[in-house]
Design a binder for this molecule. Structure first.
Ligand code: SF4
Length: 274
């Protein structure tokens, strides 16, 4: 075995907990995970990420209003979106807009897709059971606690996660792509409430010119699906604990902000790859 020169002593201890986003990031490319979450190298905010966060904040404001019995009019949702769009840019930017026109286009797409959700059959009806609840639970088979934030649990016990999308998703592919996250939500809800969600749903807000709202529903996971997800989570935890961070090239490299650092791997493991 060849010793890697200048390799930083990476974490040889277990992470404090594991979330579905950290596991998915690690399993997609462990080196990108290392740059992003271990070294925390700065990366520019993409317009899609910025818009997704602002739309998410407006949805949260709407669902919380429904939960509290507060102001939930389209105008209040539009105001929450406007506020988040500007605040996030100020606090987490700069955003990589091409120009002012690009920014305006993005803002209008967000406002349109939120309006489409409020007008759609998929809009939350009645009072939800939970909105944006952070949950952390011990799960059998996992060496560290499992943590996650469920966007919405409806009054009739459907777990919902919202996604912003640029194109219309293929339902089967979407359910497959987000299986880890959805099953984690099921596990967290089961541990926290003692009840199994009756459905695991994704609601896609599609930012096409004519915006679309598409629900993709999956049944609750059986033992085999749960075992598969717990094994994936454990694989990620063990990889992080053992310091296994290496390039995993694929389509995702096209939008990776760390390509420069990646080409210098393994020297870039020092975090000083100039
Ligand atoms: S360029 Fe590709 S292989 Fe390299 S860190 Fe980024 S995602 Fe991973």
């Amino acid at each position: 075995m060849i010793a890697l020169a200048n390799q930083t002593p990476v974490a040889r201890t277990l992470p404090r907990h594991i979330s579905p986003s950290a596991a998915k990031s690690y399993l997609s490319c462990s080196l990108k995970f290392y740059f992003e979450r271990v070294l925390q190298l700065p990366a520019p905010t993409t317009p899609a990420l910025h818009l997704g966060k602002a739309v998410h904040a407006a949805l949260q404001a709407f669902h919380l209003a429904r939960w509290r019995g507060g102001e939930d009019s389209p105008e209040s949702v539009a105001a929450a979106f406007h506020h988040s769009f500007n605040e996030l840019e100020r606090n987490e930017g700069p955003v990589k807009w091409k120009d002012d026109k690009d920014r305006t286009k993005s803002y209008e797409a967000g406002a349109r897709v939120l309006g489409a959700y409020l007008d759609s059959d998929e809009v939350l009806k009645g009072r939800p059971l939970a909105v944006e609840v952070p949950l952390t639970e011990e799960i059998e088979g996992l060496p560290v606690p499992l943590t996650g934030m469920v966007d919405l649990v409806t009054g009739d016990m459907v777990a919902v996660d919202f996604k912003s999308a640029a194109t219309t998703p293929n339902p089967r592919q979407a359910a497959f792509d987000h299986e880890l996250q959805l099953v984690v939500y099921q596990l967290l809800i089961e541990r926290a409430s003692g009840r199994t969600p009756k459905s695991l749903d994704l609601i896609f807000l599609v930012k096409t010119k004519e915006p679309k709202v598409i629900r993709v529903s999956s049944p609750p996971a059986d033992k085999a699906r749960v075992l598969r997800v717990i094994t994936l989570l454990r694989t990620a935890v063990e990889g992080m604990a053992d310091g296994r961070f290496h390039p995993q090239p694929g389509m995702h490299c096209s939008w990776c902000p760390y390509r420069n650092e990646c080409t210098k791997w393994p020297a870039s493991m020092t975090g000083n790859a100039a």
